[in-house]
Design a protein around this ligand. Structure first.
Ligand code: ADP
Ligand code: MG
Length: 250
């Protein structure tokens, strides 16, 4: 075996350029066959390393997002849920709404795909390296409360305020007492007109006074959430129960 070749492999191993190492032989063959220049060859070889770095970066962004699952838009059956405008959802995945610091609210009963759609958009954002975080409303409030008792509320609020996209899932499933509602309000206020938030809820906005057990706070939250927002009202059947439905005659 030619010693400069062995030396090159050693160098690639030492530098941990595993992809370049892996694709070295085929690239040398390709270079010879197509008479590539040194720079062309080096670009081809380094591209393998860059591609893998990109893949890993995307994977880690998605991991950081703490999504409940990795369901994407392609896994969503729009035909099952005709009340949803597919083009509108596809537009969300372009992340235009994040550029505009707008919010999205998915409103509808259980099982219609609110969490699925919110997650899909979040994954699309994470894949484009937009800092994204998914959290259930109840967990968010518990974390803020805990931070408050430990005298680090400000730091925690800043932490949640910094994500370019925050997904707050399941507002309204559990009532939130008025003190906790104030913590929630503080976060919404910090993000207002600066960062995008996706919220999912099964409660109509008129019932948010009951959810937050304080009409004033609920209105202040709604004001800020809805000022620059698209509300996607899903009115169809639960996908979870779809196989239990008796097919209607056409
Ligand atoms: P919600 O948050 O509105 O209660 P989910 O988004 O959790 O509902 O949906 C319930 C389950 O059904 C999930 O596993 C989700 O992936 C699936 N699901 C819901 N709607 C659809 C759809 N139109 N196409 C494919 N899967 C769907
Ligand atoms: Mg849900």
């Amino acid at each position: 075996m030619n010693s400069s070749y062995t030396k090159l492999i050693e160098n690639l191993e030492y530098l941990k350029l595993n992809q370049m190492n892996l694709h070295l032989d085929e690239t040398i063959d390709f270079m010879t066959k197509n008479q590539l220049s040194f720079t062309e060859t080096l670009i081809k070889l380094t591209d393998y390393e860059i591609d893998m770095k990109e893949i890993n970066m995307v994977k880690s962004m998605v991991r950081v997002g703490a999504f409940p699952h990795l369901k994407e838009i392609k896994d969503f059956d729009f035909e099952f849920q005709p009340s949803i405008n597919k083009q509108q959802i596809l537009d969300f995945t372009t992340l235009r709404f994040i550029e505009l610091q707008e919010n999205i609210v998915f409103l509808g009963p259980s099982g219609v795909g609110k969490t699925h759609l919110a997650t899909s958009i979040g994954i699309a954002a994470a894949k484009k390296r937009t800092s994204t975080y998914f959290i259930k409303c109840n967990d968010l409030i518990m974390n803020l409360k805990k931070a408050q008792t430990e005298n680090r509320l400000e730091t925690r609020l800043k932490h949640y305020a910094k994500y370019k996209l925050l997904i707050i899932d399941e507002i309204g499933y559990l009532p939130i007492d008025a003190e906790d509602a104030k913590l929630f309000f503080q976060l919404i206020d910090m993000r207002y007109e600066k960062k995008s938030t996706i919220l999912t809820t099964n409660s109509n906005f008129k019932d948010w006074g009951d959810v937050f057990q304080d009409t004033k706070i609920a209105n202040a939250i709604l004001d800020r959430v809805l000022h620059h927002a698209t509300v996607v009202n899903i009115t169809g059947d639960s996908y979870r129960l779809k196989d239990h439905f008796i097919k209607k005659d056409k």
